[in-house]
Ligand binder design. Structure first.
Ligand code: IPE
Ligand code: IPE
Ligand code: MG
Length: 254
């Protein structure tokens, strides 16, 4: 049962507490779902087979996160840099939201999940936006887990957009330059209505942010695992939650 624990970087995973223990469930969990391509390669399959398999994992983790009382789950699905990939792969990735939502939207509605989009809408194909917008519309009254899809998201692009909007508002006299503080900057980001992530998980052994939520992750706890995203399970997710629960967050204090 514990064999996979060595796959987590640095931390020892503590004995697993009971799931209904109400000890600090992270409010916001962000996941960099990485390793689909390598998973497929290991199996001699095309990269898109890894993406398809990865999509199935999304389901399980959404359900688990909702069940244990996570309030926001942000999933990095496509970065502003992922356009560099071969066209057929990009096209497949742009079809994934439809494939996922066509099948899962009724369940998300039933599970009281609220779908949101974080990313630049420009450049996203119309069919991708249509699927996401339908999900947003149909779940907008829901009060359970917020499922925040980072699609065509890049943190630097987000910060550039925020700085431009702030500059415009200063110029127009809406705000003064002296009033710009952390909360003002946060209010111009795509996450303006969300708390910062408490926990960041990245799969596949990479230990970098790849342009993900640079501002928002300032004081988040990080968990890195070698497990490739298509192999990631509820069990791994709970291991990360338990590691999070063992961390001492100090925010620069003592
Ligand atoms: C993550 O898996 C999915 C996306 C980035 C869209 P990758 O496709 O990056 O898989 P690897 O990193 O090449 O194994
Ligand atoms: C980050 O993974 C983006 C997503 C998971 C969507 P990448 O696979 O694109 O990151 P790099 O290129 O390894 O940094
Ligand atoms: Mg990758």
């Amino acid at each position: 049962m514990f064999e996979k624990f060595t796959s987590w970087k640095k931390d020892k995973v503590p004995n697993v507490p009971k799931e209904n223990e109400s000890m600090s469930i992270p409010h916001h969990v962000a996941i960099i779902m990485d390793g689909n391509g390598r998973w497929a390669k290991q199996k001699g399959l095309p990269r898109v087979a890894g993406h398809r398999e990865g999509m199935k994992v999304v389901n399980k983790i959404v359900k688990k996160a909702n069940d244990i009382g996570v309030k926001v789950l942000t999933l990095y699905a496509f970065s502003t840099e992922n356009w560099k990939r071969p066209k057929p792969e990009v096209e497949f990735l742009m079809k994934l939201p439809e494939l996922y939502l066509d099948k899962e939207l009724p369940k998300l509605v039933e599970q009281n999940v609220k779908v949101q989009l974080m990313g630049r809408r420009e450049n996203l194909p119309e069919h991708t936006l249509r699927a996401v917008d339908t999900a947003i519309e149909q779940t907008k009254q829901n009060t359970g887990l917020i499922l925040n899809f980072a699609l065509n998201y890049g943190s630097r692009a987000e910060i550039i957009d925020a700085v431009q909007s702030i500059a415009k508002d200063v110029e127009a006299g809406v705000i003064s330059h002296e009033s710009i503080d952390e909360s003002v900057i946060a209010s111009y980001l795509m996450t303006k209505e969300l708390p910062d992530p408490d926990l960041l998980i990245r799969t596949s052994g990479e230990m970098r942010l790849s342009n993900f939520m640079l501002w928002q992750l300032a004081y988040s706890e990080f968990c890195f695992t070698d497990v490739l995203w298509p192999d990631f399970s509820e069990k791994h997710f709970m291991e990360a939650i338990h590691m999070y629960q063992q961390r001492a967050r100090r925010y620069g204090g003592v």
